[in-house]
Design a protein around this ligand. Structure first.
Ligand code: MMA
Ligand code: CA
Length: 175
């Protein structure tokens, strides 16, 4: 009768002997099927993106997708609509993202609210989660509201203006 340590050693030996076989014979099959599914999905996604770009309802910057439904709403309704869609209100973090949002503002010729709001310090603005803005694109002489304009809209030229939150502006979300 074989003792445990020897048996264990034998099983380990067989396992390591079979490992390269598995790697060559089985994993490539699974890999291929996965590759097939990935290619099918990528094809479907790229066709959907083609439709949405044709309709001018999506833009992309650095992997972040921005989208509009072409409709207008006040700031709180915009927050709600973006959340319902599984995203959040568009908040540009750099010039590329600002350009991506500006594309909609120009295309729909309608200003858009951004995911930026006034902090407890009047005239100081931040992201909705309270984090600091590392990029801004204020229009000259903005922000001007001194605590009376808690939201931020984007003008057609891409610059920002602090604005009361009750206006109807283009809904632009990020995903
Ligand atoms: C409006 C309003 C402000 C903006 C000024 C710029 C008069 O107020 O949109 O937010 O700063 O225009 O002139
Ligand atoms: Ca202002």
């Amino acid at each position: 009768m074989m003792q445990f340590p020897q048996l264990f050693h034998k099983i380990l030996g067989v396992a390591f002997f079979l490992l390269p076989l598995c790697a060559q014979a089985y994993i490539p099959v699974a890999d291929d099927e996965m590759g097939d599914i990935n290619r099918q999905l990528e094809h479907r996604v790229s066709r959907l993106e083609g439709v949405l770009r044709l309709e001018k309802t999506i833009t992309e910057s650095g992997g972040k997708i921005f989208a509009t439904n072409g409709k207008k709403a006040d700031f709180n309704t915009t927050l709600q609509k973006c959340k319902e869609a599984g995203g959040s209100i568009a908040a540009p973090r750099n010039p590329g993202e600002n350009d991506a949002i500006q594309y909609f503002v120009k295309t729909f010729n309608t200003y858009a609210y951004l995911g930026v709001k006034e902090s407890l310090i009047p005239g100081k603005f931040q992201f909705l989660d309270g984090t600091e803005l590392s990029y801004t694109n204020w229009h000259s002489n903005e922000p001007s509201g001194k605590g009376e304009e808690g939201c931020v809209e984007m003008y057609t030229d891409g610059t920002w203006n602090d604005k009361r939150c009750n206006q109807n502006r283009l809904i632009v979300c990020q995903f």
